[in-house]
Structures are given as C-alpha cells and as structure tokens.
Design a protein around this ligand. Structure first.
Ligand code: ADP
Length: 258
C-alpha cells in the first residue's frame, strides 16, 4: 500500500464530524512538455473532514500547487478521483465543473486579485454577477463580518492594507458558502504581523463556522496555524503532523531535505 493511502483523515476528530469535505483517491497528475513527462502527483489519497484546517507543505516542486488545483477542480488529474462534498468532480464535464466550482469551492491566491475601481462590496459580488446571479446584501455583510471587515463595504482596494485586501479576497471566496476554502500561499505577500491576522481569520472560520480550509505554504510558521500539516515530497504524501508548531514543522521539513 502506498503510504499516502494510509491517511484516511487528517484530524483526530474526523470520525465525529462525518463525511469528508474533500477526498482525493489515488490522484496522479502528469504534465507532458514536449518529450518530457513530469509526474507532479504520484498517487495522492487523503480525506479532509468538514471544519478541518489543513496545511500542505513540501519542498518547491513537490506538487503542492498541483494538489490544490486538482482539489479545486482548476486542474484535472491524469488518474484517480476527487470528491468534494460527496460529489465526484473528476467525472464532470467542463461546464458542470465550472458551475460546481462556483457553488462549492472558494479559492484564494497570494495576490488578492481585486478590481481597483470597484468598492469592496462590488468586488465581493462581481463573480456572482458575472455568473448572472443575484447577490443578496445580507450575504455580503455576513462574509465581511466573517473576516472582520464589516463597515468597509464602500472602500476601494487602494484604501486597504495588504491584510485587509487579502481578507476581502477571503470574503469574496466565502460568499457562495463553499464546501471548502482553498488558499495558495495566502500570506505570501504579507509581512508576518498582517500574515498572522489573515491566518487568525482562517483559523476562526474553521473553528467557529465549521468552514473547511486548506492552505498551501512553504513557511513553517504559517503551517503551524493549521490543525494538521500534510507533507508532500516528489508528488507523494509522505508525512503528517497533528497539532503542529513552527518548530515541529521546520523539523519535519528538514527531514525532507529542506
Ligand atoms: P509546488 O507547488 O510544490 O512548488 P507544483 O505543483 O507547482 O509544485 O509542481 C510540481 C511539479 O510539476 C514540478 O516539477 C513542476 O515543474 C511541474 N509542473 C507544474 N505545473 C506544470 C505545468 N503547467 N507544466 C509542466 N510542468 C508543471
């Protein structure tokens, strides 16, 4: 058995929380660039319980971003299955997947990707409007409250700090009440104090609202904010750490040759 398949859950409380929010079953992803075949993921299996906060770590090129993109339905595995909220996304047509992602997957990038001439509230509802759907003001309020930015609806991105801008991006990702919130290096552009502010928001979302959160990082101090850390090396899940601290995460990373 591959070591990764021995990771049925990443949280000790998983059993109590019911079906996983996100499940990957023997996922491989191979990129072919001309004559070169690059195996980015080599049989990754995991199950993330609803309400869990998981960090994915690993050396550069170990497959972290590919794993997140496959979980999000932004990339399609070469083989294996991805199941989000009990629904297999790997069987969907491109159109169905786009609709599914809109409803069930929130994604946050390192860069906030806010539209500069729109207000905070307008930025929040833009994805819904582009999808031809109505945005209820009460939902905008709830999403801003969840990230601690109530009252900033009319500000423009240029009038926000980096930490506030990233929290707006998180609020935008939360608007559809997604099954999972995925974040790729969400604090990568922030100093450590504002980064900590954003991590506190993600922690609170998981702990108090039951929002499933997954983040990719290369920073042990960031990973330590999660309930559990999964370690990737060379496209495989090779280790896992519960109740991480920056020191224990850094120690495991050294074990992976970092
Ligand atoms: P990480 O996020 O851990 O740095 P990635 O998931 O970005 O790792 O990449 C894993 C491997 O897949 C690397 O060897 C990378 O070069 C390769 N890879 C990622 N995306 C592509 C792509 N679009 N085309 C070709 N190779 C890619």
């Amino acid at each position: 058995m591959h070591p990764a398949t021995a990771l049925p859950t990443v949280s000790p409380a998983a059993g109590a929380r019911g079906a996983p929010a996100v499940q990957l079953v023997d996922v491989t992803r191979t990129y072919t660039v001309g004559p070169v075949v690059v195996p980015a993921l080599r049989g990754v299996s995991l199950a993330l319980p609803a309400g869990s906060f998981t960090a994915i770590m690993g050396p550069s090129g170990s497959g972290k971003s590919t794993l997140l993109a496959c979980a999000a339905g932004l990339d399609t595995p070469t083989s294996g299955r991805v199941v989000v909220g009990g629904v297999e996304t790997t069987r969907m047509s491109a159109d169905a997947l786009t609709r599914f992602r809109r409803e069930h997957v929130g994604f946050v990038f390192q860069s906030y990707n806010l539209v500069g001439h729109l207000t905070v509230a307008e930025n929040l509802v833009l994805p819904l409007l582009l999808a031809g759907r109505r945005a209820e003001p009460v939902r905008v309020e709830a999403a801003l409250a969840a990230v601690g930015l109530l009252g900033l609806e009319r500000r423009r991105p240029g009038e926000l700090s980096g930490g506030q801008a990233q929290r707006v991006a998180i609020a935008r990702a939360l608007l559809a009440r997604p099954t999972v919130l995925l974040a790729d290096e969400p604090t990568g552009a922030l100093d450590s104090r504002t980064g900590a502010e954003v991590l506190a928001v993600l922690r609170r979302l998981a702990a108090e609202s039951g929002q499933t959160v997954v983040l990719v990082t290369h920073d042990p101090a960031v990973a330590a904010a999660a309930d559990a850390v999964l370690f990737l090396a060379d496209g495989r899940l090779v280790d896992r750490l519960d109740a991480p601290t920056a020191a224990t995460v850094a120690d495991r990373m050294r074990g992976l040759g970092r």
